[in-house]
Design a protein around this ligand. Structure first.
Ligand SMILES: [Zn+2]
Length: 175
């Protein structure tokens, strides 16, 4: 569940497109998932099938196997994320827990706490891996520069919130 008052509480835009390849489009749908249960149940996890294709609104979606993923809270264990395919337009839909950005194994809340505290207090919070933190901070500076412009260069905490609001990974490498 999302906690009130945190930087990342603004809803994500529900869809993020992978780098576009016209014939092999993958969309990520952020859904509520209990990651701990997912570790236990593996393929038996009761995924909720999306009601329709977000691209063409087709209502027939077929199971399309699983994608492997790793999260901090699974302690290095691989979990399987359900995929669907729309037979009308060929899009592949990959479900992902909504607390996690693409390609980031830590929760958004963890990333936020780590980066924001570093920016505000000048030190990494206890329990935050500083090498990883620096990597996120570089990502944030890049995202802010590319997406929000120089006026945000000195206002990175604000930039972080704004990027979350825009539904993008605030510390991602790809722009
Ligand atoms: Zn479709």
């Amino acid at each position: 569940m999302r906690e009130k008052g945190k930087v990342w509480t603004t809803p994500f835009s529900p869809w993020q497109a992978e780098p576009a390849h016209p014939r092999n489009k993958v969309l990520i749908l952020f859904v509520e998932v209990c990651v701990k249960t997912l570790v236990e149940l593996e393929r038996q996890y009761p995924w909720e099938k999306p009601k329709q294709c977000p691209k063409c609104q087709g209502v027939r979606l077929w199971g399309h196997g699983y994608a492997e993923a790793y999260f901090d809270e699974t302690g290095g264990r691989c979990v399987l994320l359900k995929r669907y395919r729309c037979p009308e337009c060929g899009v592949v839909i990959r479900l992902r827990p909504q607390e996690y950005w693409r390609r980031i194994q830590a929760r958004v809340a963890t990333v936020s706490q780590c980066v924001v505290e570093r920016l505000e207090k000048g030190r990494w919070p206890p329990g935050c891996n500083s090498a990883r933190g620096r990597h996120w901070l570089r990502g944030l500076k890049r995202q802010v520069r590319m997406r929000l412009g120089m006026s945000y260069a000195e206002r990175l905490v604000e930039g972080f919130s704004e990027l979350v609001r825009l539904g993008v990974c605030a510390v991602g490498r790809a722009v």
